[in-house]
Write a protein that binds this ligand. Structure first.
Ligand code: PLP
Length: 358
């Protein structure tokens, strides 16, 4: 990460690969033509491959940040007359709860409280009459990676549609739609995909496609319309054209290198950074961190938010502050995107400088 004006360790945006940045510098081409349709077809085919989506799955491409795709999934896939189990472990779980309330869908809220659900005990009381489960595979607000196998078992036992927000886990932490029986897998451009913000996708299994409720779907995010236009490689409305072109380049690269390359890069960055943490009065805030992110909490009573501000102001190093009750308690370091150990050395040196001066 040489000669950069700033250094990103935030969980979105993340450092962009060279091939992605080059496309961002180009003019935006016209898109209602066969050339662009081919790009969209390719993107769908590659995403289905990279998510190991079951036969017959489809992808909808939405011009929105990740929350738009979460809302679209809730409104298109869920009925209003049956409850949904929501795993709420922080800001993003709470967002699913609010999206359901907004859509008048009854919720059964399972508070995870830092538990990765591996024992299944917390889920046990829920979902006997429910239609679906909603979970953020990596609850990004507190660096909590849920046990996808336990979630899968629970959904199978209760016959629930398994709707997974994989936005901050995809490409850093292994997940497989077929093996994990995921019915709707929500992705967004600005996290592990390492693209600019503005594009979100929902990968739909045949079971999710069957569950679509067109009569209650919103106008702009009507999955039926996206699936229909997708048959000819188009979207109902102007898509985030450049981000789709960037996605195309990124996916080609991912397929060429293989997913293990990405998982290993993230795992290596995470363990490299974590191996340095004992030199500072900081401790790991989560017991179940993904490769995607490290979350740290001052163990000497210092204010976490002041550390975040110091790094930004003095070193142009951006880590993510926490919000609400955790503002003074924790901050987050993402390992998504085009990050290497050399980039982390910049952050490590900045933290050394902070504690040397403090
Ligand atoms: C970042 C993120 C989102 C999307 O947030 P937006 O600001 O709408 O892009 C959703 N879920 C998770 C788990 C995230 O990390």
């Amino acid at each position: 990460m040489l000669e950069r004006s700033f250094y990103l360790f935030t969980p979105g945006p993340v450092a962009l690969p060279e091939e992605v940045r080059a496309i961002g510098a180009q003019h935006v081409p016209y898109f209602r033509n066969d050339a662009f349709s081919e790009v969209v077809f390719d993107c769908e085919r590659m995403l289905l491959q990279l998510t190991s989506a079951p036969e017959g799955s489809r992808v909808v491409f939405l011009t929105a940040s990740g929350t738009g795709a979460m809302e679209a999934a809730v409104q298109n896939l869920l009925r209003r007359d049956r409850s949904v189990v929501v795993v709420n472990g922080g800001t993003f779980g709470q967002r699913f709860v609010e999206l359901c309330h907004h859509a008048s869908i009854p919720t059964e809220v399972c508070l995870s409280e830092g538990d990765n659900l591996s024992s299944g005990k917390r889920l046990e009381p829920f979902g006997r009459d429910a239609q679906a489960l909603l979970v953020n595979l990596h609850e990004t607000s507190c660096g909590l990676l849920y046990d996808i196998d336990a979630i899968d078992r629970f959904c199978q036992e209760r016959n629930l549609l398994n709707i997974v927000d994989g936005i901050s886990a995809f490409l850093t932490d292994p997940v497989d739609m077929t093996a994990n029986h995921i019915d709707a897998f929500i992705l967004s451009s600005q996290k592990g995909l390492a693209l600019p913000p503005g594009l979100s996708m929902v990968v739909l299994s045949p079971r999710a496609i069957d569950a679509i409720q067109p009569e209650q779907a919103p106008f702009y995010f009507n999955f039926e319309a996206y699936l229909k236009d997708g048959m000819r490689g188009q979207t109902p409305f102007t898509p985030a054209v450049s981000v789709i072109l960037q996605l195309h380049a990124r996916l080609k690269n991912l397929i060429a290198r293989g997913l293990d390359f990405e998982y290993q890069r993230a795992a290596r960055c995470a363990s490299y950074f974590r191996s340095h943490v004992s030199r500072w009065p900081l401790r790991f805030y989560s017991q179940h961190m993904p490769n995607a992110m490290t979350i740290l909490s001052p163990s000497d009573g210092r204010n976490a938010f002041e550390i975040v501000q110091y790094l930004a102001e003095k070193h142009r190093v951006f880590v993510a502050p926490n919000g609400g009750a955790l503002k003074k308690i924790a901050f987050r370091v993402a390992h998504m995107g085009d990050q290497t150990e050399a980039d982390l050395d910049v952050l490590i040196a900045a933290l050394d400088a902070y504690y040397a001066n403090a």
